[in-house]
Design a protein. Structure first.
Length: 496
């Protein structure tokens, strides 16, 4: 007991000392820092909203203290460009959430690795072998089939007068798209889920849940060894389940290759071929973690964007009507949509851009970590701090956007602004060398899903709710999601 008291006293003294010495550094402006907790008391249940309000007071580059962690928040296009482009090498490191120490996952993750040789190898495989235009063109039929499966599910629900939970339906669609692209098999069923598919889906979801929970160890790293909230232990269980299923699928493929060779030509075959050709760069253990990463990052993002966009279309019937009119004129009312059609649908593309501006999949980019003190805009960003780029704030910057709280796809009709990382007014997928490698697939998949749902059905809110009564409140996971799942009833549209 006496030993514990001494340790606690030393810890408190250390944190107070750090808080006091912080004032002597040339940090960006920010609110007063309390001993021990810093500014954690200012972060509400929806952190990106609380931090946006603070940024409106303290400016586009702001200093906060989250427990032991000095935190710099960037909220304007010019400051984002400074961090992500002009000085991106200085901010190439990442601050790792404690939950990702489970199974040492971050050490094999293209998302969380520092810019070392393994990261460059994984990034090269993804960008040069998997998410290339040629390979995506070759797998176009897979995406079309998964969207047809989604449309068929919605059609059967509509015929029975049942509401579709859009987020969950889109989640299954994206999960099956990834699993068929990676393993050449589906891992989710719209109607029933049992066995390994259900276990894998639950493992992915629970990894997401544990990874984003507020964790004392992330604010006070000295507490990591105690795992006071049990987050790391639970994350370890879920990572273990996901990796076990990955191992089973990899072993199944290896047995197939011994007899038939590499005949699938899917992502798993690409990775295994690379392992055989470059064993000094990557092994099968790393492959399992990397593939798990693709599922973690890809499924929630697609479902979140789809749900938010459909909610905005329900909330704004005039936008829905314009989208339907465009689809009817270009494709034909009620007809199936193909990826090649999207290029002829400028208003649909504007809807996607506006949804990504107002509801980016992640309200912040993953936290950057400078390894040395860095000067930005006349301020010192201290070594070991975390730097958060607020994508949410960029999309609501009144200097960049007129009426930023209004859902208005027309703003993009005569604009060259895009979301691919070249325009810092909106960065839903990041920018620079650490931008999302899966962007090329998302750009193809999301408008295909949206256009198909819009053109194939008329939609009504469940229970006779009026559009103006639809709640747009948020909750926070890996992505910012609707607090109340969007449940809407489809009525199939006859082809014309």
């Amino acid at each position: 007991m006496e030993y514990t008291t001494i340790l606690l006293g030393v810890f408190i003294a250390y944190v107070i000392f750090k808080a006091l010495t912080r004032k002597s550094k040339n940090l960006p402006p920010g609110p007063h820092v309390l001993p021990i907790i810093g500014n954690l008391h200012l972060v509400g249940s929806i952190p990106h909203k609380s931090i946006l309000k603070l940024a409106e007071k303290y400016g586009p580059i702001m200093s906060l203290q989250f427990g032991q962690i000095p935190t710099i928040v960037v909220s304007s296009p010019s400051m984002a460009k400074e961090i992500l482009q002009k000085q991106d090498i200085s901010f190439a490191g990442k601050r790792i959430p404690d939950a990702l120490n489970a199974h040492n996952h971050w050490q094999f993750s293209v998302v969380w690795l520092p810019a070392n040789s393994l990261w460059r190898t994984l990034r090269k495989i993804l960008t040069s072998n998997i998410f290339t235009n040629n390979r995506l063109e070759a797998s176009q039929h897979l995406r079309s089939q998964k969207v047809r499966d989604l449309v068929e599910y919605c059609k059967k629900s509509g015929e029975k007068g049942e509401a579709v939970e859009i987020g969950q339906a889109a989640y299954r669609t994206s999960l099956n798209l990834l699993s068929s692209t990676i393993f050449s098999k589906d891992l989710a069923d719209y109607y029933s889920e049992t066995g390994a598919p259900r276990e894998f889906k639950d493992a992915i979801w629970n990894i997401l849940v544990e990874s984003v929970k507020p964790n004392l160890a992330d604010f006070f790293p000295i507490l990591s060894m105690f795992d006071l909230q049990g987050i790391k232990q639970r994350a370890s269980v879920h990572f273990g389940k996901g990796l076990k299923i990955m191992e089973s699928l990899v072993n199944e493929r290896l047995e197939h290759r011994e007899v038939h060779g590499a005949t699938h030509n899917d992502i798993l075959d690409i990775f295994l071929n690379y392992c055989d050709e470059h064993p000094e760069e990557i092994d099968r253990h790393r492959v399992k973690h990397t593939i798990l990463d693709l599922f973690i990052a890809g499924t929630d993002t697609t479902s979140s964007v789809t749900e938010w966009t459909m909610a905005e279309l329900i909330k704004n019937p005039h936008v829905m009507k314009k989208a339907k009119d465009e689809l009817s004129q270009v494709i034909g009312k009620g007809k199936s949509l193909e990826e090649s059609d999207v290029a002829r649908l400028p208003y649909l593309r504007c809807i996607m851009k506006e949804a990504l501006r107002k509801h980016p999949p992640g309200p912040f980019l993953f936290p950057r970590r400078p390894e040395e003190d860095v000067e930005v805009a006349g301020y010192t960003i201290p070594k070991g701090s975390q730097v958060l780029v607020s994508i949410y704030a960029l999309g609501r910057d009144p200097e960049s956007w007129k009426d930023p709280l209004t859902f208005n796809p027309e703003r993009f009709l005569d604009s060259e602004l895009d979301f691919r990382g070249n325009h810092f007014e909106m960065l839903p997928f990041g920018a620079g060398r650490r931008s999302c490698p899966g962007l090329p697939m998302a750009v193809r998949m999301v408008p295909l899903i949206l256009g198909s749902l819009i053109n194939s059905f008329d939609w009504q809110l469940d229970g006779g709710m009026k559009p103006e009564d639809l709640s747009m409140e948020e909750k926070v996971g890996l992505t910012a999601q609707l607090a109340h799942s969007l449940k809407i009833v489809p009525t199939p549209v006859k082809e014309e």
